[in-house]
Structure formats: C-alpha cells, structure tokens
Design a protein around this ligand. Structure first.
Ligand SMILES: [Ca+2]
Ligand SMILES: [Ca+2]
Length: 133
C-alpha cells in the first residue's frame, strides 16, 4: 500500500516535470517562430536598387515620386546620379572629376541642388534635373 502511494506521488512528480518541460519547449518554439516571422516581415518590401562595388548613398525621391537621385563614386570620384524607382536607367548627371554630392530636388522637380568642390573647395550648385547646368 505504502509502495503504491509512493509510486503514485513519483508518477505525479514526473508528469509535472514533463508538463513544465513541454511548456518551456512550446514557449521556445513560439519565440523562434515569432523571431523568424519578424525577420521575414522585415525583409519583405526591401529591394536593392544599386548593386556594385562602389559606394552609393544619400538617395532622395523626386517630388513626383518617379526618380531617385543619389551619390556614387563608381567612376573614381563622387557624382550625382538619377535612376528610376526600380533601379533602371542610372544616369550620371554631373560627370566631373571633382566630387559632387548631397543632391536635393527642387519642389517642382525641375532642378537639383548639390555640392561640388570643383573650384577647389565645396560650393553649392544647381542644375536642371536632366543634368544640364
Ligand atoms: Ca555599391
Ligand atoms: Ca564628380
């Protein structure tokens, strides 16, 4: 009789332990799933527009949302480029041996302001959005 009670208590303890481990396992599985979903959602909607060994940076949307201006040093010095919002039609607007950077669209989208050190130190310039100054 005493042996049976003792075994029953032992069995209950084991079941309690197993439930604890099972709960812990479920929590870990749920946390892993949520982490995975979080990472998946984070990646969703991000599209690489440039893909080259040079530096590309400081993107800015044109006011009409159709173009993106950005800086790149892919020709050996910094230039202002524009491209479509899908990364197509990358065009060097400045094409100058000095460094051009920090472009900013005019509110009507017809002009782009930028900085250049073409006279030996940084100055602010404007050009038409097609690169004509
Ligand atoms: Ca790059
Ligand atoms: Ca340049």
């Amino acid at each position: 009789m005493m042996y049976k009670i003792c075994m029953r208590k032992k069995f209950k303890k084991e079941v309690y332990k197993m439930k604890k481990y099972l709960t812990l396992l479920l929590i870990i599985a749920f946390a892993t799933f949520m982490l995975f979903m979080g990472i998946s959602c984070k990646d969703e909607g991000e599209v690489r527009l440039t893909n080259n060994p040079a530096n590309d940076g400081l993107p800015s949307w044109s006011p009409d949302g159709k173009m993106i201006a950005f800086d790149s040093d892919r020709d050996g010095n910094w230039e202002i480029y524009v491209m479509g919002t899908d990364g197509s039609g990358e065009t060097n607007l400045t094409n100058n041996p000095a460094d051009e950077a920090a472009s900013s669209w005019s509110p009507d989208g017809k002009m782009i302001a930028f900085q250049s050190n073409r006279d030996g130190n940084s100055e602010i310039y404007i050009m038409n959005a097609d690169g004509q100054e």
